[in-house]
Design a protein around this ligand. Structure first.
Ligand code: GDP
Length: 297
């Protein structure tokens, strides 16, 4: 396991003489440790560098508070700066789903947790927000994916659009829109097909569906353990189809969550939710404070 940053910094500062204010050298020494911690937490190098620069400016010259050690003080400064970067605009976890039926487009690579997250989010919207939700799978390439969504729908008590074999994603999207309107649903969620890698066909398909339904939210579901890859995927999806937010899955794993920082710093998109397991209630609102604590260890 990783040594916690607070422990490391205490070690560093034990060797430094105590002064009235954090000197530039104190801060530099501490920030070297912070940089290592960030890289170990899978934050990308350019993001870590920029971040450190920002913290260095904030920390240098700060008076050392009597009640805490310089090490603790730097950790606090770093923690606050992390929270600052991680915090997106608006209420965490809020979705623009007024004016029913509001379409939510779920996009991402195969295996990232898209179908699972679609069902988890539908359950949450139903139970927490009292919404009537309809889910539809547009994954015509893997019939198992359509069945998987139907099974999850039954499990969480959310309707799924009946499967009609041979339809194209655009036709399924139109049918979902129609059914959602006629059936008086508040929200309809479209679980798009994923691929192992981003390709033109996939993007073209998502673009077409997006034009048809004009989604209120386009949520990218991406594996939080894939670090830099997750950030690249987000950038590509955002360039091609535009995303309104990100769901980071597998945040229950061993990773330290650095992808969240890179994601925010590079894409500027809000991280709305985190997936914390395979169960249907393992979806939580993204909390910058918690992830900051985890990155620092
Ligand atoms: P899709 O191909 O993107 O639709 O991915 P799936 O929804 O089928 O998920 C792939 C696997 O990841 C399944 O076994 C899920 O149970 C699992 N999974 C999804 N989200 C999470 C999560 O937040 N934590 C963990 N541990 N597993 C997850």
């Amino acid at each position: 396991m990783f040594e916690s940053l607070s422990d490391r910094l205490s070690g560093v500062f034990d060797r430094l003489t105590k002064q009235g204010a954090l000197s530039e050298d104190d801060v530099k020494t501490a920030l070297r440790e912070v940089r290592v911690a960030l890289l170990e937490a899978d934050v990308s190098l350019p993001v870590a560098r920029d971040f450190i620069k920002k913290v260095q400016e904030a920390a240098t010259g700060q008076a050392v508070t009597k009640s805490v050690t310089p090490g603790q003080q730097v950790v606090k400064i770093v923690h606050d700066a992390l929270v600052d970067v991680l915090t997106g605009e608006g209420e965490p976890g809020a979705l623009k789903i007024d004016s029913p039926p509001a379409p939510i487009l779920m996009v991402g690579l195969q295996g990232g947790g898209k179908t699972t997250t679609t069902a988890k989010l539908a359950k949450r919207l139903k139970e927490k927000d009292g919404k009537r939700v309809l889910m539809a799978s547009l994954d015509i390439y893997r019939p198992a994916a359509m069945d998987q969504l139907a099974v999850l729908g039954t499990q969480v008590g959310v309707d799924t659009l009946p499967i009609v074999k041979g339809q194209k994603p655009a036709d399924i999207a139109k049918r979902a829109k129609q059914q959602a309107t006629m059936g008086g649903y508040d929200v309809y969620m479209l679980d798009t097909a994923g691929r192992l890698h981003i390709d033109e066909v996939l993007m073209g398909e998502v673009e077409e569906v997006s034009k048809i339904v004009d989604p209120r939210e386009t949520l990218l579901v991406v594996d939080g353990l894939t670090g830099q890859v997750a950030v690249e995927v987000a950038q590509e999806f955002d360039d091609k189809v535009g995303i309104s937010g990100v769901v980071l899955t597998r945040m229950d794993g061993d990773g330290r969550g650095g992808a969240a920082l890179s994601m925010r710093a590079v894409t500027g998109k809000p991280i709305k939710f985190v997936g914390l397991g395979e169960k249907m209630d393992a979806l939580e609102t993204f909390e910058p404070d918690r992830i900051a604590g985890r990155i620092l260890g």
